[in-house]
Design a protein around this ligand. Structure first.
Ligand code: NAD
Length: 488
């Protein structure tokens, strides 16, 4: 792997220029070594506003391009990323704490570039309505009225993103936003923004016009809050925690911000008495320790029929034993560190609260004797729905399990949550899994599988968000609907 230049001086990208940060820099910590691996620019509020203003100024020309011309820009950016991004793997691995495999395949490779490729295909968003017979009114004579439903870009989109998959999260927002004709300001998570600044270099190398993509970074909420308040920003596309999402809704209300909110999750996995226990446990295990459980779609609430409960607990415990926790740069490591010391302490607090409330610690729960911010895969059995660890998102490798005595109770337990992002059903046959799945209050449901359909609409019910991402829904989210009507 390429070595990391810890002393590199990074800048903000505003109006096509690399700009010195007004407020100095802050340290980026590698969660494995716990050492400083770089210094990120600290944008001032004035610089956040300047980035929004630059995006506004670039907006007219960018939305004036044909969809084909914009798509050509995105295709060129995808080409540049194919060439340049493999060299970013070490940097992104170190700042995210990802294992080497995840860094190469999911942080920097794969879906990150795929999003730009996907939205570089021109997608027709306009739709003609069938002519509507209309009687004579005070507004005109009788006849047929035709209408076209046209989608305009919203204007300027601020993409505010979380730390777990910095590049993929940003790509999932800016690729459709740009394709639809918006200009953007990116504000990545404080913990791991350096890969996003590399993306800024790729944007410049691909020749996108100045000001179409702007990037500000910072450690606190002031700069992104300035984007939320700015009259130069029309829409906030936010992925992150539900508390910050609600704060953004409040702060965006005075300027009537358009919102796409991809928030937290506490995924239920319902197992019927005839479920394939091994397959269900394998599915849970594959996400349990994956990126140290910092996955919004993970099935962390297992709701298991009482008749297979003990077997499921034992099988999950066995799978946990196979997950090697440790050095994320080693090829055989499954569970690396969580992002920060504060987050490790928070996840441990969840586990302690569960045990204090009467849950049984089946495995994990002890801090691994390693230098980084590690949490071992932890299973809490005998949980009840009122427990904090059952209700709230730990965003770490913590799974809870509860028994049920039939489908109705399983559905009620699964829906007894403020969240509704991604849930799962494991049942003996697909007809039953489908029937249960349709009763779950969850934007996405996996049936005997945890493999998502990457072009299906993605988003949350309840506190898990507003709006839908991916596929044609992803691009529609970044548009305003306009009706144009005339007498046929
Ligand atoms: P977070 O909410 O702490 O931070 C997300 C972003 O919000 C950061 O860029 C942060 O700087 C910014 N921010 C903080 N305060 C702000 C304010 N007042 N105004 C505007 N922006 C502000 O989230 P996190 O800890 O980085 O990420 C973990 C969370 O993200 C989890 O809840 C997880 O479920 C969620 N997540 C959801 C999805 C999804 O698709 N639904 C995907 C990934 C992560």
């Amino acid at each position: 792997m390429a070595s990391i230049d810890k002393d590199r001086e990074w800048r903000l990208l505003i109006a096509g220029e690399w700009v010195e940060p007004d407020a100095g820099t802050y340290e980026i910590i590698d969660p494995h070594t716990t050492q400083v691996m770089g210094h990120a620019p600290e944008a001032s509020v004035a610089q956040a506003e300047a980035a929004a203003s630059a995006a506004r100024q670039a907006s007219t020309a960018w939305k004036g391009l044909s969809r084909g011309e914009r798509c050509a820009h995105l295709a060129r950016l995808a080409d540049v990323l194919e060439t340049e991004s493999p060299a970013w793997v070490s940097l992104v691995r170190a700042e995210t704490g990802a294992t080497a495999k995840i860094a190469a395949t999911l942080q920097v490779g794969g879906p990150f570039i795929d999003r730009f490729r996907y939205y570089s295909r021109p997608i027709n968003l306009d739709e003609a309505l069938p002519p509507l017979p209309q009687g004579k009114t005070g507004l005109g004579p009788a006849g047929l009225v035709s209408a076209m439903v046209h989608r305009q870009p919203v204007g300027v989109v601020a993409a505010i993103t979380p730390y777990n998959f910095p590049l993929t999260n940003v790509a999932g927002k800016i690729a459709p936003a740009l394709a639809a004709g918006n200009t953007v300001v990116i504000k990545p998570a404080p913990q791991d923004p350096l890969g996003i600044l590399m993306l800024g270099e790729a944007v410049k190398n691909a020749g996108l016009p100045d000001g179409v993509v702007n990037i500000i970074t910072g450690s606190g909420p002031e700069a992104p809050a300035a984007l939320v308040a700015s009259r130069d920003v029309d829409m906030i596309s936010f992925t992150g925690s539900s508390p910050v999402g609600t704060q953004i809704m409040r702060d965006g209300a005075p300027t009537m911000k358009r919102l796409l909110m991809e928030l937290g999750g506490k995924g239920a996995l319902v197992m019927t008495e005839d479920a394939d226990v091994n397959a269900a446990c394998q599915a849970i295990a594959s996400v349990w320790g994956f990126h140290s459980g910092q996955i919004c779609t993970a099935p962390t609430r297992v709701i298991c029929h009482r008749s297979i409960y003990d077997k499921t607990v034992e099988t999950l415990k066995m799978f946990a034993g196979f997950m090697k926790v440790g050095d994320p740069t080693a090829d055989d490591t499954i569970v690396g560190p969580v992002i920060t010391e504060a987050h490790r302490d928070r996840v441990e607090g969840f586990i302690e609260s569960g045990v204090a409330a009467g849950a049984t610690l089946v495995c994990g729960g002890q801090r691994p004797d390693l230098p980084g911010y590690f949490v071992a895969p932890t299973l809490l059995a005998d949980c009840t729905p009122d427990m904090h660890v059952v209700r709230e998102e730990a965003f770490g490798p913590v799974v809870v399990i509860m028994p049920h005595d039939g489908d109705d109770e399983a559905v009620a337990l699964a829906n007894q949550s403020d969240y509704g992002l991604f849930s799962y059903v494991y049942a003996g046959d697909m007809k039953r899994a489908y029937a249960i799945g349709k009763r779950l209050e969850s934007g996405n449901v996996g049936l005997n599988s945890i493999q998502p359909h990457m072009e299906a609409p993605f988003g949350g019910f309840k506190m898990s968000g507003i709006g839908r991402d991916r596929g044609k829904w992803g691009i529609e989210a970044y548009t305003e609907i306009q009706s144009l009507s005339w007498m046929a």
